[in-house]
Design a protein. Structure first.
Length: 260
């Protein structure tokens, strides 16, 4: 079976589900550009727990975990099946790595999961297992979580980290969608791209202390943690491919990467 890459995707605003934005159009073509997976695991910035948890529902419901958006967005459904068996299998792999994981049988698909998948795989016919991130744990812990999943990419399972490359909602310029990326956000983004391209993992895992404007780019860290899950899940020293770069509202960077 062909080894799949692992992915980091910035899911941006929930409007990404329907808008004809550059990031949306990129996602429209991404699924077809990849070997078809037998299942998908998504580490989502909107599934927050203090220990690794996996959604194990056989038919997970679509969660509209946002407010203040146009009513049609709340009518969208993503009726992909779940895979309780895969969830249990992954929990076992995490336990073997010393990570006390738990399967949550009734868990649904938050917008960090279903928004990008709706554009990548609109038929919703591939089983999906959501995976939590820990807002209190650092990049190294999420990298280790990903490492425990590294075997999946050779078994037809697509591992995705869904978050945001620069994510400070308080600094969004809601009146000017297409303004240039703010200098502080551009500096953070450039530093991250440089470390990823050069495989300089140590400072990357210490990004909160070393990246310029780290706290400004991520006042809370949960939207960057899925990147480290995807990076760890790719195996030892993966190749890094920039799949997409765009931004919206001055500070919302929507970069995407494949790790092979």
């Amino acid at each position: 079976m062909e080894r799949l890459p692992t992915l980091f995707l910035s899911h941006g605003s929930p409007m990404l589900a329907t808008e004809g934005s550059p990031a949306g159009r990129f996602l429209d073509g991404l699924g077809a550009a990849l070997p078809r997976p037998r299942a998908i695991v998504v580490a989502s910035a909107h599934f927050l727990t203090d220990r690794p948890m996996l959604g194990g529902h056989v038919q997970p419901h679509t969660v509209h975990d946002f407010g203040g958006f146009p009513e049609p967005l709340y009518q969208l459904q993503y009726a992909a099946p779940g895979s309780p068996e895969l969830a249990e299998d992954i929990a076992g792999r995490l336990a073997s790595a010393g990570l006390a994981a738990k399967v949550r049988p009734g868990h649904g698909l938050d917008h960090g999961v279903w928004v990008p998948l709706r554009r990548m795989y609109p038929q919703a016919d591939i089983p999906v297992v959501p995976l939590s991130v820990n807002p209190l744990a650092d990049a190294a812990a999420h990298f280790a979580l990903g490492q425990a999943l590294a075997g999946l990419r050779g078994e037809g399972v697509l591992v995705i980290g869904s978050g945001g490359f620069v994510h400070n909602l308080g600094d969004l310029d809601w009146q000017h969608r297409d303004v240039p990326l703010a200098p502080w956000a551009a500096a953070f983004s450039s530093w991250m791209h440089e470390k990823l391209a050069s495989h300089d993992w140590a400072p990357l895992l210490d990004w909160q202390a070393q990246a310029p404007n780290a706290r400004h780019a991520h006042p809370t860290t949960e939207h960057l943690m899925p990147l480290f899950v995807a990076l760890g899940a790719a195996g030892a020293d993966p190749e890094v491919e920039v799949l997409h770069r765009s931004h919206e509202l001055g500070t919302l960077a929507l970069d995407a990467f494949a790790f092979r």
